[in-house]
Design a protein around this ligand. Structure first.
Ligand SMILES: Nc1nc2c(ncn2[C@@H]2O[C@H](COP(=O)(O)OP(=O)(O)OP(=O)(O)O)[C@@H](O)[C@H]2O)c(=O)[nH]1
Ligand SMILES: [Mg+2]
Length: 249
């Protein structure tokens, strides 16, 4: 039998101004998944997040840090982080937010689903058992209806395309080549789901309870939401055009 997907796991954590969360999160990830390495991708956070990561790394070990020169967005941070994970030969890649919206205690469950045969598993707010707590009504509505729109327009069998709490089998990640994506914000996450599904990979969802950040400031912006809706609409129209062109031929 081949080795389980989680044999060599890396947890990729994008950070921007997470000084209040990052130390606690690194300790929590270590406690939840002691054999996993961690890669923090920091965009020169003005609050000194990267220096804190270095101090914790010296203490805990198995923590790498990619310092980028400036804020280039979540999509771009993941592109760089995933490229390093693939280059270094990890077999499973986990992604999660550092603000404790994603509970690190769920990481072993994601890896279990991967080891049971999934190519990717999404921690989902919108499958039975999943939920969002503490978020103001407008954020809940935006996320819920944004995800309904996304699944419908793109015909994806996934309820939570914008959840960043995931685990991927490295072969599947390599096949969809994340470096060739273009979205800046969380539309990047939808882009990956779309590519995985198009290639016939097995994408599963496991319920999570998503909590609002307790410390630090939100980086969500109207521009990022607009990018996501625009790209989903553009991809959806592209799919329709491709289907019609195929039928005409
Ligand atoms: N490296 C990097 N990380 C980012 C960037 N923007 C957000 N992040 C991190 O990505 C993770 C998820 O961020 P988001 O959920 O999009 O934004 P947020 O600030 O948590 O906003 P909320 O959705 O309100 O919680 C967090 O760990 C952020 O610190 C960025 O431009 N560069
Ligand atoms: Mg957040």
């Amino acid at each position: 039998m081949s080795a389980p997907a989680s044999t060599r796991t890396i947890v990729v954590l994008p950070t921007y101004d997470e000084a209040e969360n990052v130390g606690r999160m690194l300790a929590a990830v270590r406690a939840a998944a002691p054999s996993a390495d961690v890669l923090v991708v920091d965009d020169n956070s003005p609050d000194g997040t990267a220096d804190l990561v270095e101090a914790v790394a010296a203490e805990l070990g198995q923590i790498k840090l990619l310092r980028r020169p400036g804020k280039h967005g979540l999509g771009s941070a993941y592109r760089d982080g995933f490229a390093i994970a693939l280059d270094e030969g990890y077999t499973a890649i986990v992604s999660m937010d550092v603000d404790f919206s994603h509970d690190p205690a769920v990481v072993p469950e994601l890896l279990r689903v991967l080891d049971a045969g999934a190519d990717a598993v999404i921690g989902s707010r919108y499958v039975p058992g999943g939920a969002t707590v503490d978020w103001p009504l407008h954020r809940r509505l935006l996320s819920r209806w944004g995800n309904r729109y996304t699944s419908l327009v793109l015909g994806l069998p996934v309820r939570d395309c914008t959840s960043g709490f995931r685990a991927y089998r490295a072969e599947a990640m390599a096949a969809i080549d994340p470096t060739s994506t273009s979205a800046e914000g969380y539309a990047f996450l939808t882009e990956l789901v779309r590519r995985l599904v198009a290639r016939g990979y097995r994408v599963m969802e496991t319920p999570i309870v998503f909590a609002d950040r307790r410390y630090g400031r939100s980086k969500m912006s109207g521009r990022i939401v607009a990018e996501s809706m625009l790209l989903v609409t553009r991809w959806g129209i592209g799919d329709i055009v491709a289907r019609v062109t195929r039928r005409r031929r």
